[in-house]
Ligand binder design. Sequence first.
Ligand SMILES: Cc1cc2nc3c(=O)[nH]c(=O)nc-3n(C[C@H](O)[C@H](O)[C@H](O)COP(=O)(O)O)c2cc1C
Length: 267
Amino acid sequence: MKNMKILVIMGSPRKGNTFRACEELRECMQEYVSAEFEYLWLKDAGLSPCRGCLACFASGEDKCPNHDDGPEIARKMDEADGVIFATPVYGMNVSGQMKVFIDRFCYNFHRPRFFGKSALILVTTGFMGQKDVLKYLGDVAWLWGFEIAGKAGLVTMDPLPKGRKEENRKAIAKAAGNFSFALGRETPKKPGLKDIIIFHGERASFSRLEKISPEDYRYWKEKGWLDRTTKYFTKAPVNPLYHGIGTVAEFFAARQVEKELTPKGDS
Ligand SMILES: Cc1cc2nc3c(=O)[nH]c(=O)nc-3n(C[C@H](O)[C@H](O)[C@H](O)COP(=O)(O)O)c2cc1C
């Protein structure tokens, strides 16, 4: 059995509830796959906050003025078989460490690249906010190209409400099973309607951004995604009905983009 390399992007600043939940998940996964966990502690990662210069979007991530561990973290994500995004809920959102990480990797929203890679989202909370944070972090990883294979939201308040310990255990066991299944699958999952719509919606923008965002345009062109015969980011088969809906969505999105790009007074 292949040994799976799992990278845990750890947003908690301490070896507390979130770390313990990841370890429980690791143990559960051993039932299905051979998985080796590497923890990337964002608190120690040497990742400075985004400076807002937009250079990564327009000219490429290698033009980022922050010379730090960013490229090394990107390399680790590329090399992993699967990635776990783990964070505690802080102030109804991800931790600050996790937000700095997301901001620094925002260029992946424009130039998604993690197709064929599975992700698991793990969130711990005192007692509220986990649903919103699971959704947010799941959307981030999905828009970067990951398949969201599992999600677990855990409540950690002490003492735990009745039945909550069992719910936490079940959430971890379910996520471990789903994540392991996705890791072991030979062929990538077929894109759903949401995947197809996002592809067409983004193409409506990036095909028109040659001047405004040349690096994004270059990436989309180089990938062949601007070719009208291309139906999705990957070569996975696309449901013809989804393709039809995506094409219509792209037509309307393109009209909107054209309108926004037209200098005021020209229309
Ligand atoms: C600064 C801070 C903000 C927090 N904000 C929330 C919150 O908005 N909602 C909530 O239910 N719990 C909140 N908590 C509780 C943590 O989400 C919870 O204890 C979590 O399991 C901590 O994980 P850790 O042990 O890995 O740090 C907060 C904790 C801290 C330290």
